[in-house]
Design a protein around this ligand. Structure first.
Ligand code: ZN
Length: 256
């Protein structure tokens, strides 16, 4: 059991890293996937149990899904970086991009603040400081990587309305944490809320931590009217355990 988990996770990490970082094409990654699967299958053929196989497959799927998200994100961050020019706003380094709707942080390992050209002239000084502090937190907390992880589990977790609400809450938490950091550093709630309403923009399909992704939860939080947190995380975890258990039992029934 331990051997198969270690071997499979290693194989899955190789495939995920290939998809995320590799200069190779999709077919190169597919070849690596075959190698990874063979490596994982060897100990299974030696008689290891089906439950560990099911767990391994799920783990591998998770890593590969994250790899796909990471690769898409890398392309987006690369395009933004190519069309940007560096600038200092106060003491905050940003990359200025023409035509960007709202500030955004992109880059999984070295997050960069991408800044719409001329936005600083549309914001009051206090709003500008508040937005920069918010983006700084996204940068320091590696928000793009966390969003990519959430997006990669969305096809499974988001199947239920319950799971969708849980994902929405986790995404709102990332924004609320950035607001809390800005407020702690001296930004006013009203400055953040005004900038948020001013910069309303559509969320993108790829995980970037922006400023203008309006979430009702976040706005309520800024206005001091946040609903009490629900223990949805525990319920989602329990639901996932049940699903994994059903898959493992089904696989065992078929194998028997
Ligand atoms: Zn944000």
């Amino acid at each position: 059991m331990r051997l198969v988990v270690v071997v499979s996770i290693a194989a899955a990490v190789v495939v995920g890293a290939c998809l995320a970082l590799g200069p190779g094409s999709g077919s190169d990654c597919a070849a690596m996937a075959v190698v990874g699967c063979s490596a994982a299958a060897a100990p299974l053929r030696a008689g290891l149990d089906v439950a560990s196989m099911a767990a391994t497959i799920l783990a591998a799927l998770g890593v590969v899904a994250f790899g796909v998200q990471a690769r898409q994100h890398r392309r987006l961050a690369g395009s933004l970086a190519r069309t940007s020019r560096p600038r200092l706003l106060g003491d905050v380094p940003v990359a200025v991009v023409e035509g960007l709707a709202a500030p955004a942080v992109a880059g999984l390992f070295r997050p960069t603040i991408f800044w719409p050209d001329g936005l600083e002239r549309r914001l009051a000084d206090r709003e500008l400081t508040a937005v920069l502090l918010h983006e700084r937190h996204h940068q320091r907390a590696f928000a793009p990587a966390r969003l990519a992880a959430l997006t990669s589990i969305e096809p499974v977790v988001g199947l239920s309305g319950f799971g969708q609400r849980w994902l929405e809450r986790r995404r709102a938490d990332i924004e609320i944490a950035a607001d809390a950091y800005a407020i702690q550093a001296g930004a006013g709630r009203s400055d953040l809320a005004r900038a948020l309403l001013r910069l309303d923009s559509e969320p993108t399909a790829v995980a970037i931590a922006g400023y203008g992704h309006v979430s009702d939860l976040r706005l309520l939080h800024l206005l001091g009217d946040a609903p009490p947190p629900k223990h949805e995380g525990i319920a989602v975890t329990a639901a996932l355990v049940v699903v994994v258990g059903l898959i493992a039992c089904g696989a065992m029934a078929i194998a028997a």
